[in-house]
Design a protein around this ligand. Structure first.
Ligand code: B12
Length: 346
C-alpha cells in the first residue's frame, strides 16, 4: 500500500521507507516520525504491521548502530525515546474495548529492554486483552503483589538478555506458585525459547503475533505442579554469583600486569572495563545456571565485536577472561565455560 506523505510517496513494502523512518528517528524528528506512522494508519495499514514491520526492526537497527559505534549512546537513547513516542501515537489512535481476559506484561528484574515488550503489550491490547503494562525491570516480589491485587489470567514475562535468566526463573516460579500461568518471550530465552521450558514457563512465543495466537487458542495451559520446577543453580553458580564483586575487583587490580595498555586508562575507561567484567561475570553465572555454554559464547562474540568497533583489541578481552579464570581454577564447570569463551575471543 502506497501512502502520500509530505515527503513523497511512501510504502511499508518500499525498502526506502524504513531508511526514511530510521533517518527521522535518528535525527530526533519526533514530529516527522509520528506523521509517517499516522499517515500509514490513515491509509488503512494495520497498526500491528506498523509496530511489527516498521517500529520493531527500526529499533533493532538503532541498537546495532550503537553496537557498531556509529551512533553514540545519547543518540541511541534519543532515538529509542522517539520509538516509544511513535508507539504511544499508534496506541492513542487505536482504542479497543477489552473483550478477552486480563494480562500482566512485564520485564524481569534487571531487564531494561522495554520496547519489545511494549510492542507485545500493544499487540495484545489490539487483540482485546486488558493489559497491565509494568514496563522494565520489575522486581519479583512487586510483580507478585501486583498479581494479588489484579488477579490476571496470564503473566507475559520478557527477558532479552540471557544474564537475567536466574531472575526470570525466580519470577516464573513465583507467578506459578500463586496460580497465574506464565507466557515468556524475548531473545534472552534462547533459540526457540529453549531455556524458557527449562525454567518452568507454561509457554514461550517467538514474537507478538505468535503470542496473540497462543493466548487466543491455547490458554489457559493444562495445569502442572508449580513446585515441580528444575533445580538449577548449583554450587558453582552460587559461588560465581556471590563472589561477583571480588572476582571483578581482583581482575581489575591485576589488569595492568596482564594488559599493560590498561595502565594509561582514564577513569572513564577504567569504569567501562569494570562494567564489562561485571557483565561477563553475570553471563558466566547464567551459563552455569542453565548449564549451556551458548549463554556465554554468544555474549563474548558480541562483546568482542562491540570492543573491536571501539578500537579495543581482542587481547584485552582475553586478558579479562583469563584473570577471571585464574580465580576460578577450583571450579571445573566455570573454567570450561571460560575456556569456550576464550576461544571465541580469539
Ligand atoms: C535496542 C537494544 C538495546 C538498547 C535498549 C533500548 C531500550 N530501552 O529498549 C540499549 C542500547 C540501551 C541496550 C542495552 C543493552 N543491551 Co541490547 N539490544 C538492543 C537490540 C539491538 C534491539 C532490541 C530491540 O528493541 N529489538 C526490537 C524488538 C521490538 O524486536 P524483537 O526482539 O523481535 O521483539 C519481539 C520479541 O522480542 C518478542 N518479545 C519480547 N518480549 C516478549 C515477552 C513475551 C511474553 C513474548 C511472548 C514475546 C516477547 O516480541 C517482540 C515483538 O514481536 C538487541 C539485538 C536485537 N536485534 O534484538 C540488543 C540485545 C538484546 N542487547 C544485548 C546486550 C548484551 C545489551 C547490554 C548488556 C549491552 C551493554 N554491554 O551494556 C545492555 C543491557 C541493558 C539491560 N540491562 O537490559 C544483547 C543480549 C545478548 C544476550 N545473549 O543476552 C542483544 C541480543 C544484542 C546482541 N546481539 O548480543 N540494548
Amino acid at each position: 500500500m502506497t501512502v502520500f506523505t509530505s515527503t513523497g510517496p511512501r510504502s511499508l513494502d518500499d525498502p526506502g521507507f524504513s531508511e526514511h523512518f530510521l533517518r527521522l528517528v535518528g535525527d530526533g524528528d519526533e514530529w516527522g516520525a509520528v506523521e509517517a506512522v499516522t499517515d500509514l494508519l490513515d491509509a488503512g495499514v494495520a497498526p500491528q504491521r506498523v509496530m511489527l514491520d516498521l517500529i520493531a526492526p527500526t529499533q533493532g537497527r538503532i541498537g546495532e548502530l550503537w553496537a557498531a559505534n556509529e551512533w553514540s549512546i545519547a543518540r541511541e537513547h534519543a532515538a529509542t525515546a522517539i520509538s516509544e513516542r511513535v508507539l504511544a501515537a499508534v496506541a492513542a489512535r487505536t482504542p479497543i474495548r477489552p473483550t478477552r481476559g486480563r494480562i500482566t506484561v512485564a520485564c524481569v528484574d534487571g531487564e531494561w529492554h522495554a520496547l519489545p515488550v511494549r510492542i507485545l503489550a500493544e499487540t495484545l491490547r489490539l487483540d482485546g486483552w486488558r493489559v497491565d503494562f509494568l514496563g522494565a525491570n520489575v522486581p519479583g516480589p512487586h510483580l507478585v503483589t501486583h498479581l494479588h491485587q489484579t488477579g490476571p489470567d496470564a503473566v507475559a514475562l520478557s527477558c532479552m538478555i540471557t544474564a537475567r535468566l536466574p531472575r526470570a526463573h525466580a519470577a516464573i516460579t513465583a507467578c506459578r506458585s500463586v496460580g497465574v500461568p506464565v507466557i515468556t518471550g524475548g531473545r534472552g530465552f534462547g533459540p526457540d525459547g529453549r531455556w524458557a521450558h527449562r525454567l518452568g514457563a507454561d509457554a514461550w512465543a517467538a514474537g507478538a503475533d505468535d503470542a496473540v495466537t497462543r493466548l487466543a487458542h491455547h490458554w489457559p495451559p493444562a495445569p502442572t505442579d508449580p513446585y515441580e520446577t528444575a533445580f538449577l543453580g548449583d554450587e558453582e553458580y552460587t559461588h560465581v554469583s556471590r563472589s561477583r564483586g571480588v572476582l571483578v575487583r581482583t581482575a581489575m587490580e591485576k589488569l595492568r600486569a596482564a594488559y599493560p595498555p590498561a595502565a594509561d586508562y582514564d577513569q572513564r575507561k577504567h569504569d567501562a572495563t569494570a562494567e564489562d567484567l561485571s557483565q561477563i561475570t553475570d553471563f558466566l553465572a547464567a551459563a552455569l545456571y542453565v548449564g549451556d555454554d551458548l549463554v556465554f559464547t554468544d555474549f563474548i562474540e558480541w562483546t568482542r565485536a562491540v570492543l573491536d568497533a571501539r578500537g579495543v583489541p581482542p587481547i584485552a578481552l582475553r586478558s579479562g577472561l583469563t584473570l577471571l579464570r585464574d580465580q576460578l581454577h577450583d571450579f571445573p564447570a566455570a573454567t570450561a565455560v571460560l575456556d569456550t569463551g576464550l576461544l571465541k575471543a580469539t
